[in-house]
Design a protein around this ligand. Structure first.
Ligand code: TYD
Ligand code: MG
Length: 454
């Protein structure tokens, strides 16, 4: 057989290749991510194509009508997908091992059935058919429409899929998939990239949709899903903490819809259960009138979510004070501490500061700035903030409180959940519509907020 072999060094983070090893990847700048791979490609599988295969087509000849999205019948999943599954699209579902990716995929396979015209195929490389059936039974799923293909060899999976159209393929997982085109082992960077590319090509030609499960792995010889983000149409990350039952599905890339939409689930003994009202979920168990605790209203995609911020400010017993956050950006916290010192005269510089978003949700939206500031100030002064208050506002370096988008929606959600008093940025009267009866405290600066609320 005519086989060409060469040795290359591949970055496990970005997939860049280089002929020589170096400690730092030239492309993405990560350290110690390059590993040696023997790369070979038989002539048979090579990409030699004649120019007759491809020629330019007038743009006007394309159909711009958006294809109908197929509902998965799981509302929270549809939400992050931007309405449902687009036929012929490729979705990457990434997350830590054991977080619930296979469970979600199995539930989707069972629920989506009436929408998919073709076959629903679960290509399982990690678990046996028996294990999957046991799980389906335990969750109480109707698995009668699911076809199981216990195969790691993508060539064989694709051979079958190329004879089908408009179906759904789940590949669980990309790290166990391999193609005979390459000699490297399953899970290596080149295998992950090549098999994903082959799946994408199949999806585009046959109209079968593909969900690829990818484990997030520590850098090293095993390739992570990061590298695939460019290849696929949609990227979903499943987040959560092992000790916590909630699971967040976050869309970070979507060729067919908006990103930054999140879906919320709870992992129960009967599988993943949708959390239709995340605010209620995130606020349960909140203790009343505790210093350092405030409630903020963040927009996650199109949905306002109320969540508690807890801060603990205490005298540092070491030289360098600690700064620790869960769910909030660390740099943002440092900035808020600096603002409190400079603009409001609250000297936190020598204190340890811990800030948590309860439930473990991660929020990068700046509308929670004022909440972070108020939580820290409340803990610093050891004075609770009234627990019927919701705090909304972005904070600038000058200590000014800036207007936020979707104020009306945030206020409505807050009011509906029993927060009858809101601290908000000074906003033009005609720019928003507060719920009738809601008390509003408009503030222009951090120090004004401190005087009025604490
Ligand atoms: P799984 O879907 O196998 O994770 P992944 O595919 O991302 O590796 O989920 C495994 C975990 O979920 C496992 O720790 C058990 C838990 N689980 C439940 O709590 N309830 C259930 O009904 C199922 C199916 C799993
Ligand atoms: Mg799994």
């Amino acid at each position: 057989m005519n086989v060409k072999t060469k040795t290359v060094y591949v970055c496990a983070n970005c997939g860049d290749t280089s002929p020589k090893w170096s400690g730092k990847c030239n492309n993405c700048g990560e350290w110690n991510t390059l590993s040696e791979e023997v790369f070979s490609r038989s002539k048979k599988g090579s990409r030699m194509r004649s120019s007759a295969d491809t020629r330019p087509v007038l743009l006007t000849e394309f159909d711009s009508e958006t294809t109908q999205k197929i509902s998965t019948n799981i509302g929270e999943l549809d939400r992050v997908l931007g309405g449902g599954v687009v036929p012929g699209s490729v979705v990457l579902v990434a997350g830590d091992p054991g977080i619930g990716k296979s469970t979600l995929m199995l539930q989707m396979a069972a629920k989506v059935s009436n929408g998919i015209q073709g076959e629903i195929i679960y290509s399982a490389g990690e678990e046996s058919g028996q294990q999957i059936k046991m799980r389906a039974d335990r969750i109480g799923l109707n698995s009668s429409d699911i076809l199981l293909l216990p195969e790691n060899n993508i060539d064989i999976v694709l051979q079958y899929l190329y004879t089908k159209t408009n179906g759904l393929l789940i590949v669980d997982s990309i790290q166990t998939a391999y193609t005979d085109n390459l000699e490297s082992f399953a899970g290596s960077v080149s295998q992950v990239r090549e098999t994903a590319g082959m799946l994408l090509k199949m999806a585009k030609t046959t109209g079968n949709s593909v969900f690829i499960v990818g484990h997030i792995t520590k850098e090293g010889s095993i390739a992570g899903p990061k590298m695939l983000e460019h290849t696929v149409d949609t990227v979903l990350y499943m987040e959560g903490e092992k000790l916590n039952s909630y699971r967040i599905l976050r869309c970070i890339k979507n060729r067919y819809g908006a990103t930054n939409e999140i879906g919320v689930f709870e992992m129960r003994d009967k599988g993943l259960v949708e959390v239709k009202n995340p605010s209620v979920f995130f606020l349960t168990g909140r203790e009343e009138m505790v210093p350092g605790s405030v409630v903020v209203a963040s927009m996650e995609g199109t949905r306002p979510i109320l969540i508690e911020i807890q801060a603990l400010v205490s005298r540092s017993s070491y030289g360098t004070p600690q700064r620790n956050t869960t769910g909030v950006d660390n740099r943002r916290l440092s900035m808020m501490i600096a603002v409190l010192e400079k603009r409001a005269g609250l000297m936190l510089g020598m204190s340890d500061v811990f800030v948590n978003l309860t439930g473990g949700l991660k929020i990068s939206e700046t509308s929670i700035d004022l909440g972070i500031v108020m939580a820290m100030a409340s803990s610093f002064k050891d004075k609770p903030i009234d627990d019927g208050i919701v705090i909304i506002g972005e904070v600038g370096l000058g200590g000014e409180v800036r207007p936020v988008s979707f104020l009306s929606r945030r206020l409505k959600e807050s009011y509906d959940l029993g927060f009858k008093h809101a601290v908000i940025p000074k906003t033009k009267k005609d720019a928003f519509k507060p719920p009738k009866g809601m008390r509003l405290t408009e503030v222009a600066s951090v120090s004004e907020a401190l005087t009025k609320v604490l």
